[in-house]
Design a protein. Sequence first.
Length: 340
Amino acid sequence: MADARRSRKRARHARQAVARADFALPDAGLPATIWRPQCLVCAIAALHLNSMHHQTKAARAMKKNGPGFAGILAVAAAMATGPAGAQSPSAERVVLVPHRAVYDLVLDDAKGAKNVEAAKGRIAFDFTGDACEGYALSFRQVTQLQTGEGGPRVIDARTTSFEAGDGASYRFRTESTASGAPTETVDGTASKAGEGYEVKLSAPKAETHREAAGALFPNAQMKAVIQAARAGQNTLNVRLYDGANGGKDVYETLSVIGKRIETKPTEAPLQKPEFEKLARWPVTMSYFKVGSGETTPSYSISFELYENGVTGAVRLDYGGFALRGTLTRLDLLPRAECAK
């Protein structure tokens, strides 16, 4: 009972922090050589580097080929589902598991990167809450890119969000800086309105717009993917809104779901009794900007998705280059009782 009360209290505090725009995050042990010199703050979902003159081609590729964090938010949302240790039929509700995770990033040499000679970084996030209290996410990604055009560039991205348990509303804030140069802050809310939804932004400037077509928010999208995997579906198409690119872009997402993986986990943080019998699937999510007419995705993310929503190794493909992420830390947090 004490753990359940603490979990509910943590979710309430996180929700209130979002409402207050209080987004202080721990550094999660990020190496000083990567992030401390710049004190960077950003969210890759809104990666707008503010000086075209000083951008490297690699940074421009990240800006052009996708908001990175839109996908990473999906991965973060993907990191929470179903009671650990239980195998569930497709009709059973999806329960997102509160947890804390850290991934170390390196350049994927197999991709054949364009204009990127080396890369390293880290992802760290906390995911708390449930369908009764709602879901709070504090997420950070730091990436150091080395190109042939000069010294390394550091992109430090932070985002904080809160999504209602029923998926009816979504509150988000992202801030971004690249190599010490601040880029715009995006702060807003989105809520279901009729068949569509309404977005109210307070930053970078106050504005409101409505979308006639419906879309899912990140946690609702991830629940849909897990339900599809349980049901044995190979693909799932979902329209997603997560506040990416200034809070204005909507993405058509295509999730390709492989067959259930029967072997035991190989990553040390996942070699726990809770994960031995837990179902998991290989998933690749591709993101297509609505209205762009593009047949090539803006970016894609691949990972092993566990039935409890935790993900193993991840791969972030930005088109011109790709990053591989290895799970180095995983803490399952107390979960409150919730019948929803």
